[in-house]
Design a protein around this ligand. Structure first.
Ligand code: DGL
Length: 270
């Protein structure tokens, strides 16, 4: 029996960065409607405690449930790490965060069994990525590094090619990997794909970058297929919610997604 499900997919992040997942979903699942929530009023999550992040996540799960989504995607590396550690799940929707798909992709790619991961402080402190990788393969060495300046750079739209401040920050942080001989680097924060040209320039051709957004979008596609829950809508619809200024978000968001979002952008405060 062929069942379809035209309800939207809920995607959330602490801010703008989760649009990296939205962009991938729009590319590979053009019939799927999306409801996005960016917690711009409470960003950053990366410097907050597990208890605070868990509370935010529960509120967002509740909001997306009320919106009757069929699946929830945590596009946020920090939230996904805490969700894994605390075993949080939405009530009944399909769910994935970014940790598992990114780690599985990295394990598939690495040849020398040396993987790097970059993320926020909270993500690196949680150890979620390293723990999952080593649960799957205990011969892999994982090197984790927090890059706390990357998020404010992205949130302030400083990801245009050649931006000198961003170039310098990337160079300085990634020098940590110079003697680690990794061949795969997980971008463990959904803001980081926006800096991928800077990062790959610094790491060189020998290092494969794993884009959590892409991997996560691929996984949710597989999950919907497996559960016969793909949409057959002729035209998908998109709604965006943020917990702070609509103006700031629409400007950077439109630039990043390459499509208008302002008409479908609303404020949601808990
Ligand atoms: N969304 C967060 C993440 O992917 C980065 C921004 C923040 O610190 O909230 O880890």
């Amino acid at each position: 029996m062929f069942i379809m499900d035209n309800r939207a997919i809920g995607v959330f992040d602490s801010g703008l960065g989760g649009l990296t997942v939205v962009k991938e979903l729009q590319k590979i699942l053009p019939k799927e409607s999306i409801i996005y929530f960016g917690d711009t009023g409470r960003v950053p999550y990366g410097s907050k405690s597990d208890a605070t992040i868990s509370k935010y996540v529960s509120e967002i799960f509740g909001f997306l449930s009320e919106k009757n989504v069929k699946a929830v995607v945590s596009a946020c590396g920090t939230a996904s790490s805490v969700i894994m550690k605390q075993n949080l799940l939405p009530k009944e929707e399909l769910f994935t965060g970014v940790v598992v798909p990114a780690c599985l992709a990295a394990l598939e790619k690495t040849k020398n069994r040396r993987i790097g991961i970059i993320g926020t402080k909270a993500t690196v402190n949680s150890g979620a990525y390293a723990e999952f990788i080593n649960r799957m393969a205990d011969d892999v060495e994982v090197f984790s590094l927090a890059c706390p300046l990357f998020v404010p750079l992205v949130e302030n739209g400083m990801f245009d090619e050649g931006n000198e401040i961003t170039s310098l920050s990337v160079k300085q942080y990634l020098s940590y990997f110079k003697d680690k001989n990794i061949d795969t680097l997980i971008l463990g924060c959904t803001h980081y794909p926006l800096l991928s040209s800077f990062i790959s320039k610094e790491m060189g051709d020998g290092v494969t970058l794993i884009d959590s957004g892409k991997e996560t979008a691929n996984l949710i596609k597989k999950m919907l297929e497996k559960n016969d829950m793909l949409s057959e809508e002729a035209e998908a619809s998109y709604e965006y919610y943020v917990s702070d200024s609509i103006e700031d978000f629409s400007e950077n968001g439109e630039r990043f997604l390459g499509r208008k979002i302002k008409e479908n952008l609303y404020k949601k405060v808990f």
